[in-house]
Design a binder for this molecule. Structure first.
Ligand SMILES: Nc1nc2c(ncn2[C@@H]2O[C@H](COP(=O)(O)OP(=O)(O)OP(=O)(O)O)[C@@H](O)[C@H]2O)c(=O)[nH]1
Ligand SMILES: [Mg+2]
Length: 312
């Protein structure tokens, strides 16, 4: 079995096999995972991370594919993480994506990985953040994170990215309302994809109306149109992503985001470690008994937790 030291060099050279294995290590809580991260940590923070999020079928993968090809044409190395909180499978089982992305998958300058719920210790957001860090350490210039727009899981995933692009399509109707909750606040850019279809004007109007109702933000997320299938609007999208990056740098946003990410990660690891420790110290039986007592209304949860922690 390779040690983290064995993995480190090929990983730093950007070898896809080492990268794939390292991502699995982090997902599965391999004993060498912590050492590996410790060795890499000083080298991180170089990669630009772009999030592409939106409803199923909005064209996220097509956009991602186009963006990746545009960045490759500039000579960049590109990592793609396809995050699907609704899928129990991981390791590349998103068949449609695989077929669509076959063309770019053959390019050694592009690394693609599907991330799904199963097997990701500590949740998808953490697994995604770890994978981003590994790609960063492996010399990938840009990482594109594609997530389906559903609930908290993906809002957490969005916290991993530098620039979050929310993809809308014409004819969404009520869906635009649904997207408002949570996603409105995290969007750095709105992309109206499938602009070749009728109704792009209407989505844009609804979006503008929604933006005007939201509390003003220091960065006003621009709205742009793309036809990902034809590659239309992709250079403009990249320009806007870079503008946002420049704005972040000029306003201390990168440091602020880095600190927020560090806090989320630190606190979730700490909470998990505290639970593990409590379980080890009190014993699983006592913990289960306490949970049952709460369920039976024999004891309230606050008192039960204090009891496990030995607090008065
Ligand atoms: N008309 C039109 N179709 C598009 C455009 N972009 C993508 N499509 C098509 O929309 C369908 C869905 O595209 P995907 O890129 O798989 O969408 P997705 O958001 O990744 O889908 P999921 O990952 O399944 O949520 C495909 O058939 C694409 O060819 C576009 O700009 N115009
Ligand atoms: Mg997709």
């Amino acid at each position: 079995m390779p040690s983290s030291a064995d993995l480190l060099e090929p990983l730093r050279r950007g070898e896809p096999r080492a990268l794939g294995r390292a991502i699995s290590w982090m997902e599965n809580g391999h004993p060498g995972a912590r050492d590996l991260m410790a060795s890499l940590w000083p080298h991180l923070g170089r990669a630009v991370v772009i999030g592409i999020t939106g409803s199923p079928g909005a064209g996220k993968s097509t956009l991602t594919d186009r963006l990746a090809r545009a960045l490759r044409a500039e000579g960049q190395k590109v990592g793609i993480l396809a995050v699907d909180p609704t899928s129990p499978f991981s390791g590349g089982a998103i068949l449609g994506d695989r077929i669509r992305m076959q063309r770019i998958a053959a390019d050694p300058g592009i690394f693609i990985r599907s991330m799904a719920t199963r097997g990701a210790l500590g949740g998808l957001a953490r697994a995604t953040q770890d994978a981003i860090d590994l790609l960063d350490a492996a010399g990938y210039d840009t990482v594109i994170v594609e997530t389906v727009g559903v609930g908290q899981d993906e809002v957490d995933v969005v916290s991993c990215v530098q620039t979050c692009c929310v993809v809308l399509v014409p004819g969404m109707g009520d869906e635009i309302q649904a997207i408002k909750a949570g996603i409105m606040e995290v969007a750095d850019l709105f992309v109206i994809n499938k602009a070749d279809r009728d109704g792009a004007d209407q989505v844009e109007q609804e979006l503008t109306a929604m933006k005007s109702l939201a509390p003003p933000r220091p960065w006003d997320p621009p709205v742009l149109r793309t036809v990902a299938q034809q590659g239309e609007g992709i250079p403009e999208l990249l320009d806007r992503v870079r503008e946002h990056g420049a704005w972040l740098r000029a306003h201390g946003g990168l440091a602020r985001k880095a600190r927020e990410r560090a806090r989320l990660r630190f606190e979730s690891l700490l909470a998990e470690a505290a639970l593990r420790r409590a379980r080890a110290q009190a014993g699983s039986e006592r913990l289960e008994a306490a949970i049952q007592a709460v369920a039976d209304h024999a004891q309230d949860p606050y008192t039960a937790v204090a009891g496990i922690l030995g607090e008065p």
